[in-house]
Design a protein around this ligand. Structure first.
Ligand code: MD3
Ligand code: FE
Length: 216
C-alpha cells in the first residue's frame, strides 16, 4: 500500500520511452547523488578533466575524463578507447562501485539485465560548452546499451535518427535524469546544445554527464 504521503515525498521516477529502446528515467539518479559526486571527485583527482583535440585539430569545448578498464580518447590520430590515460601514462582509475551499480540498476530498469560497463566517460560542460550531433560507434559491440546520467545544470539534449539529416527532437535533461539507449536507438545521432548559464545547488556553474559503455 502506498499512501498519499509517500507519493508526495517520494515522487517515483518518471519513465518515458522516447524512441525504440531508448528509455528516459527522470530523477533516477537523485537518491544518492552526493555519493555519485564523491565518486566522480575521486576519479578526477587521479585523472583530471582535460579538453581533448578532435582529429581535425580543434579543442573540444566539453572537458572529459574516464574511469574503468577503458577510456574514450581523441587526438589528431582519431577517436578510440585506450586502457591508459594519455596525459599520465597510467591506467584510467577503476570504476567506483557506486557508479557501476547506478548504471546497472538503470539498465535493468530499462529492460537490459546484467549490464556490465567497462568504460565510463565523464563529460563536464560549463556555460558555452556544447557537443555537436554525432553517433557513438567506437565501441566493439553495439548490442550492449549506453547509460547516460545527467548532473548539475540542465541542458537541451537533441537526438535524431540514423542519418545526420533526420530532424532532431529536443529534451531538457536535468539533474538526476538517466537515459538508457539500446536496441535500434543505440546508433542514433545525438548532441547537446550550448549550455546556458545558471547555478546548481550541488554543482555550481556546470553540468556533468556520465556515459557508461561496453567498449571492449
Ligand atoms: C544516444 N554525451 O558522451 S548523453 C557522449 O550529455 C554524449 O554529454 C552527451 O553524447 C552528454 O557521447 C549526451 C545522452 C546520450 C549518450 C550516448 C548515446 C545519448 C546517446 C549513445 C547512443 C545514442
Ligand atoms: Fe554520444
Amino acid at each position: 500500500m502506498t499512501d498519499l504521503f509517500d507519493t508526495l515525498t517520494e515522487p517515483l521516477p518518471q519513465r518515458e520511452e522516447i524512441a525504440a529502446s531508448a528509455v528516459l528515467l527522470r530523477g533516477f539518479a537523485r537518491p544518492g547523488d552526493r555519493d555519485v559526486l564523491d565518486a566522480i571527485d575521486s576519479v578526477i583527482k587521479r585523472a583530471p578533466f582535460r579538453h581533448m583535440q578532435t582529429p581535425g585539430g580543434h579543442a573540444m569545448s566539453v572537458a572529459m575524463t574516464s574511469c574503468g578498464r577503458a577510456g574514450w580518447v581523441t587526438d589528431r590520430r582519431g577517436y578510440r578507447y585506450a586502457a591508459d590515460d594519455p596525459d599520465s601514462g597510467r591506467p584510467w582509475p577503476q570504476m567506483p562501485d557506486v557508479l557501476s551499480s547506478l548504471a546497472q540498476r538503470a539498465a535493468a530498469e530499462a529492460g537490459f539485465a546484467d549490464f556490465d560497463p567497462d568504460a565510463c566517460l565523464i563529460n563536464r560542460y560549463v556555460p558555452g560548452a556544447k557537443m555537436a550531433l554525432h553517433q557513438d560507434k567506437d565501441e566493439r559491440d553495439f548490442s550492449a546499451p549506453i547509460v547516460s546520467v545527467s548532473l548539475g545544470l540542465p541542458a537541451i539534449f537533441q537526438f535524431g535518427g540514423m542519418a545526420r539529416s533526420d530532424k532532431p527532437r529536443r529534451y531538457e535533461l536535468r539533474h538526476g535524469d538517466v537515459l538508457v539507449w539500446g536496441g535500434p536507438s543505440r546508433l542514433v545521432y545525438h548532441g547537446v546544445l550550448t549550455l546556458k548559464d545558471g547555478e546548481h545547488p550541488l554543482l555550481g556553474r556546470q553540468r556533468i554527464n556520465l556515459t557508461f559503455r561496453k567498449a571492449l
